[in-house]
Design a protein around this ligand. Structure first.
Ligand code: PXG
Ligand code: PLP
Length: 449
C-alpha cells in the first residue's frame, strides 16, 4: 500500500513540480522529497513505510498527537451534519459554544473570541482590533504598532510589519507605516544554557520607554510580542521581562498583545502563556493547538472592555460594529474540531501532563551540552531548542543537514530555523519517547559535526 503510494508519486516526477511549497527549499526538496503518508499518536509514517517520531507536533500544532479518535469522529460527523454555514449575519451553535469554552480557558476577562483560519489572520485581526479600539475610545491618534526584533507573527502584511525576521520582510517593500521594534532578548554571553527563563534581560523591556519618548504614547496603539519567541528558535522571556512590559504598556494606555499561536493550549503546561507567566495581556492571538492542527483555525481573544468599547461604539444596533471577518471565520468543521480538541485536552489532562513532563524534558535536552558545535540549549514547558554554530560562510547549512539526516537516517522530525534545531513534541509524549527524541537528536548532531 505505502510502496504503491511511493511509486505513484516518485515515478511521475512532474507530480512534484506543480506544488510551490511554502517556506521550503523547493529545488532540494524535490530532489530528495520527505513525504509523509499517515500519522497516529506520536508517529508519522513516511511513504516508504518508516515510523518517524514527531518531535515537533507537526509545525508546533498537533498538541493532542495524531489521529485522536474524539477529534476524528467530531470532524467526520460535522461534515455530514453541517458542512458550512455563513457567520456574517447568520451563524451556528458550535461557534458560540467554542467561544464560550475559550472564554473560560483564557485568564481574566479575555472573554470574547474572534475566529480566523490561521495565526497570520489572527495577528492581522488583533492589530486591526487594537486600532479600532483606540479609535472607538476617542484615541484615534494612536496608530503605531510596536513589535520586536526576531519576532514571528505570521506572513500577512501586518504580521511581517511587526515581525522581526529579516528574510520574511526584506523582499516585500515598505510594509505597514508607523511600526517600530523592541530589541530581541537573546543574550548568549550572559544567558547561554539557561534552564527555563534566563536570569538576565528584564531591562530590555525598558526600551519601550525609549520608544514612547521618541514617538509619544499618544501615537502608539499596541505592542505585540510572543511571550516565548517560537519560530526564531525558542527564546523564553528573561525573568521579569513580561511583567515590566505589562507595567509600561499599562502606564501609557498602550494595548499589550500576546501572540500565543505556539504557546497556547498546553505548550507551557497551562492553557496559555498569559496564565503560565501570570501576566494579563489585552489581546491574545491563537491558532495551531486550538484544533490540534486537524482543521485550520485561529482565534483572537479580547478583553471585555475592548469588545464592549468597539461593539458599543455605534448608536444603532442594526449597524455592523467591526468591518472585519473571513468567509471561514468560525467554520462549523473547525468549531467541531476545536471543541473535540479542547475536550481531549481536558479528558486526558494534557496540559497538566505537559507541566509534569517539563522538568524531564529540560534535563534530557540539557544532556546534549558538550556535543560538537552546540552553543546553546533553551527550554520552557515542552518547547526546546539546540543552537549549533554555523559552518563558516554557510549559515543554516548545518541545521538543514541535521533535519534531512534526522528524517532519513534517524526517523525523527525536527524543525530548523537558522542553525537552531527546534522541538515541541505532542503533549501525549512519554518520558521514554522524550529520551528517544534526545538520543536521536544527539546522533544527528554528531552526524553533522
Ligand atoms: N504568530 C506566531 C507566534 C506563530 O508562531 C503565526 C503567528 C502564524 O500562524 P500561521 O497559522 O499563519 O502559520 C505563527 C506560526 C517555524 C514555524 O518555523 C512557526 C510557525 C508556523 C510555521 C513554522 O517555527 N508559527
Ligand atoms: N477575494 C475575493 C475576490 C473575495 O470575494 C473574497 C471573499 O469573499 C476574498 C478575497 C476573501 O476571502 P476569505 O473571506 O476566504 O478570506
Amino acid at each position: 500500500m505505502l510502496t504503491e503510494e511511493l511509486s505513484r508519486t516518485v515515478a511521475a516526477p512532474n507530480n512534484l513540480e506543480a506544488f510551490w511549497m511554502p517556506f521550503t527549499a523547493n529545488r532540494h526538496f524535490k530532489l530528495e522529497p520527505r513525504l509523509i503518508a499517515r500519522a497516529k499518536d506520536m508517529h508519522y509514517t513516511s511513504i516508504d513505510g518508516r515510523q518517524i517520531l514527531d518531535a515537533t507536533a507537526g509545525l508546533w500544532c498537533c498538541n493532542a498527537g495524531h489521529g485522536r479518535p474524539r477529534i476524528v469522529e467530531a470532524v467526520q460527523q460535522q461534515v455530514a451534519d453541517l458542512d458550512f454555514a455563513p457567520n456574517f449575519q447568520f451563524s451556528h451553535p458550535k461557534a458560540f459554544e467554542l467561544a464560550s469554552r475559550l472564554a473560560t480557558l483564557f485568564p481574566g476577562d479575555l472573554d470574547h473570541a474572534f475566529f480566523t483560519n490561521s495565526g497570520s489572520e489572527a495577528v492581522d485581526t488583533a492589530l486591526k482590533i487594537a486600532l479600532a479600539y483606540q479609535r472607538a475610545r476617542g484615541q484615534g491618534t494612536r496608530t503605531r504598532l510596536i513589535g520586536r526584533e526576531r519576532g514571528y507573527h505570521g506572513v500577512g502584511f501586518g504580521g511581517i510589519s511587526v515581525g522581526g525576521m529579516v528574510k520574511n520582510r526584506m523582499w516585500f517593500g515598505s510594509l505597514l507605516a508607523g511600526v517600530d521594534h523592541l530589541p530581541h532578548t537573546l543574550d548568549l554571553e550572559r544567558n547561554a544554557f539557561s534552564r527555563g527563563q534566563p536570569a538576565h534581560g528584564a531591562e530590555l523591556a525598558d526600551e519601550l520607554e525609549r520608544l514612547v519618548a521618541l514617538h509619544d504614547a499618544s501615537t502608539i496603539a499596541a505592542v505585540i510580542v510572543e511571550p516565548v519567541a517560537g519560530s526564531i528558535g525558542v527564546y523564553p522571556p528573561p525573568v521579569g521581562y513580561l511583567e515590566r512590559l505589562r507595567a509600561i504598556t499599562e502606564k501609557h494606555g498602550i494595548l499589550l498583545i500576546f501572540d500565543e499561536v505556539i504557546t497556547g493550549y498546553g505548550r507551557l503546561g497551562k492553557g496559555s502563556a498569559a496564565e503560565y507567566f501570570g501576566v494579563q495581556p489585552d489581546l491574545v492571538t491563537t491558532a495551531k493547538g486550538l484544533t490540534s492542527g486537524v482543521i485550520p483555525m485561529g482565534a483572537v481573544m479580547a478583553r471585555k472592555h475592548i469588545h464592549d468599547t468597539i461593539v458599543g461604539s455605534s448608536a444603532d444596533e442594526r449597524t455592523i460594529e467591526l468591518f472585519h471577518g473571513y468567509t471561514y471565520s468560525a467554520h462549523p468543521v473547525a468549531c467541531a474540531a476545536g471543541l473535540a480538541t479542547l475536550e481531549t485536552y481536558r479528558e486526558e489532562g494534557l496540559f497538566e501532563r505537559a507541566a509534569e513532563l517539563a522538568p524531564h524534558w529540560e534535563a534530557a535536552l540539557h544532556s546534549l551540552k558538550g556535543l560538537p558545535n552546540v552553543i546553546d540549549i533553551r527550554n520552557i514547558g515542552l518547547m526546546g531548542a539546540v543552537e549549533l554554530s554555523a559552518r563558516p560562510g554557510k549559515p543554516g547549512a548545518r541545521a538543514y543537514d541535521a533535519m534531512c539526516k534526522g528524517f532519513f537516517d534517524h526517523d525523527i522530525m525536527i524543525r530548523i530555523t537558522g542553525d537552531t534545531l527546534a522541538m515541541s513534541p505532542p503533549l501525549i509524549v512519554t518520558k521514554d519517547q522524550i529520551d528517544e527524541i534526545v538520543e536521536r537528536v544527539g546522533k544527528v548532531i554528531r552526524a553533522v559535526a
